[in-house]
Design a protein around this ligand. Structure first.
Ligand SMILES: [Zn+2]
Ligand SMILES: [Zn+2]
Length: 417
């Protein structure tokens, strides 16, 4: 074989793609109930947008971007996440004018140059929501509630939120200093990455996967004890809303989302069967980002996560069942000369039903087997021009005769019973 999909990419074949469709349709329906409208942004943007929007010190920007020059020498980057593009579009189109909060959703591919491993790809899909224009803690709670509802709609119940605060420019400088002071005596014992994080953004040390670093962080001061009044009140209000809605949560003062732009509430949704490491999604508030990217000061909050990992989790849960979509009708060419009348019959039936048929001149038995394999609810046997059609419902012991004129109504009537 000469050509293969590039390393770190995958083809989603029909045997899998129906599961993706289910995830996307539940996402779309749930988002509609919560009032989030779709936005589609370009696959690539100016590199500078991501450098500013995500932060040059993040792994995404420093190591993982697909950056290239176009024919005019402009530096462009395949989008590695959704928020920066959505904010760019929000500012560019003046979507913040007027009193309404702008509530957007997306479901699209992202690109990061990472080491491929199970469930992690260089082209991967993300679903996400962004709500721009309100600092109301009701928005934070709504987005967390959406996430839990989305997973429940897919068959994953008993999820819970982990909450923390990322503080704000008023309270984080003091907290960063406190953290540096407390960790300074053991700094030499931390991994090299953590020592860099210590200088640039010590809260990022909580993100380290190294178990020894995690041990060293036990007992480190909690940001929840260091919040300014505004952040503390906001956090309390988010919690009160979640209590009222009935979304369970725990506080996790060590949680630090891997991006620079978060302020106030940050959260992850966990599912105990997946283990503590595997959040189903994460997000939070980013009140400073719109201004950072050239817009008017606009509070905002969002959530996103990878679709591949979600599909894997749903498979492990057996949440898809065995029910791949099946045709309503399988059209069997019987003994007579009926191949061409089946073309006409299929065309008529397809005005109302999903119809599959034989194209290879196979025997009646082979066609019946195929109908069973596909899980078609009805089999229609055509025994040639002029003869009656036999309509059979699989596994129901129900069988009637019909004509070319009546067959669609006969099937529809049986479906409606
Ligand atoms: Zn604060
Ligand atoms: Zn470390």
């Amino acid at each position: 074989m000469k050509y293969k999909a590039p390393r770190g990419t995958q083809d989603v074949l029909p045997v899998e793609s129906w599961k993706w469709q289910r995830v996307e349709s539940v996402f779309r329906e749930t988002a509609a109930r919560f009032g989030y409208e779709e936005i589609r942004t370009p696959v690539f943007e100016e590199t500078e947008l991501f450098a500013r929007g995500i932060g040059d010190t993040t792994d995404i920007v420093s190591k993982e971007m697909y950056t290239f020059e176009d024919r005019k020498g402009r530096s462009l980057t395949l989008r590695p996440e959704g928020t920066a593009s959505v904010v760019r579009a929000f500012v560019q189109h003046g979507m913040g004018r007027g009193a309404r909060v702008t509530k957007l959703r997306y479901f699209c591919p992202m690109f990061r140059y990472e080491r491929p491993q199970a469930g992690r790809y260089r082209q991967f899909w993300q679903w996400g929501l962004e709500a721009l224009g309100s600092s109301n803690p009701a928005i934070d709670a709504e987005i967390i509630h959406f996430s839990v509802s989305f997973f429940a709609g897919l068959g994953i119940r008993n999820t819970g939120a982990k909450l923390n605060s990322a503080g704000c420019p008023t309270c984080t400088p003091d907290y960063n200093e406190l953290l540096r002071r407390e960790l300074a005596p053991k700094l030499g014992e931390f991994c090299q990455d953590c020592q860099t994080r210590y200088e640039r953004n010590p809260r990022r040390m909580f993100d380290c996967k190294n178990p020894h670093c995690q041990e060293l962080l036990d007992g480190a001061p909690s940001i929840l004890d260091a919040l300014c009044d505004e952040c503390r009140d906001h956090f309390a209000a988010v919690r009160a809303h979640l209590d009222a809605i009935g979304v369970p949560y725990t506080l996790d003062p060590k949680m630090a989302r891997g991006l620079d732009y978060y302020t106030k509430t940050i959260f992850e949704i966990h599912y105990e069967k997946l283990g503590a490491q595997n959040a189903l999604c994460g997000g939070g508030r980013y009140d400073g980002l719109v201004e950072e990217l050239g817009g008017a000061s606009t509070p905002a909050c969002g959530v996103s996560s990878g679709v591949e990992r979600l599909v894997m989790a749903l498979e492990e849960e057996g949440a898809f069942g065995e029910n791949a979509p099946a045709p309503d009708v399988y059209l069997v060419a019987g003994e007579g000369d009926c191949a061409s009348s089946n073309v006409e019959l299929a065309a008529r039936l397809r005005e109302r039903f999903a119809v599959e048929m034989d194209y290879q001149g196979r025997s009646l038995n082979k066609q019946m087997q195929e109908a069973g394999k596909l899980g078609a609810r009805f089999v229609v046997v055509n025994n040639g021009p002029g003869g009656p059609l036999r309509v059979r419902e699989s596994g129901a012991g129900w069988e009637v005769e019909a004509t070319l004129e009546s067959v669609a109504d006969v099937i529809a009537a049986r479906m409606a019973e």
